[in-house]
Design a protein around this ligand. Structure first.
Ligand code: NI
Length: 176
């Protein structure tokens, strides 16, 4: 089990690096990430959210289907978009609509290093785009409307304050 890093910690803003060696350590980390996601009732969890600066995430795609995604690339299939109310384990208590691509092709490596290409649409495509954003230091609150942004300004400021308090300089060194 990991602790989920919250909004305000600069670790969430870093660009994650490619996983070059898919080994037992990586598989063990992914298993622990799945446990953490389930414990927190999330539908997705990216490695940077638990202080691991690697391009990988876990997510629920369907009732009992958990996917472990390593080194993903997302290719939108057309310009059609879809809007869902999103939340994030790193930003507790905040839920806002985000517009994303409706249909995507996802290229990734599984936990055995096998290259996989899959088509996703609707909610599944949304979850994968949200998690993939974490790997580039992007959070869903970066993508909401200016009005929605104003509405959650105070909440975010409070989260940031707590993060700095917990962590001294909010650099999150202790998680590395
Ligand atoms: Ni998230």
């Amino acid at each position: 089990m990991y602790e989920v890093i919250k909004y305000g910690n600069e670790i969430l803003r870093e660009k994650a690096v490619t996983v070059t060696d898919i080994n037992d350590d990586i598989r063990e980390t992914l298993n622990e990430m799945v446990k953490t996601m389930i414990e927190y009732n999330g539908v997705g969890l990216a490695a940077p959210q638990v202080g691991i600066n690697k391009r990988m995430f876990v997510c629920m795609v369907g009732e009992d289907t958990i996917k472990k995604i390593i080194n993903p690339t997302i290719i939108p299939e057309d310009y059609e978009t879809i809007e869902y109310e999103e939340g994030c384990l790193s930003i507790p208590g905040v839920y806002k609509n985000v517009k994303r691509f409706k249909k995507i092709t996802l290229l990734y490596q599984d936990e055995n290093g096998k290259n996989i290409k899959t088509h996703l649409e609707g909610f599944k495509a949304v979850v994968v785009q949200h998690e993939n954003d974490h790997l580039d230091g992007i959070l869903f609150v970066d993508k909401i409307s200016p009005v929605a942004k104003r509405m959650i300004k105070k909440k975010l400021a409070l989260l940031k304050k707590v993060a700095i308090k917990e962590d001294g300089d909010a650099s999150g060194e202790r998680f590395r």
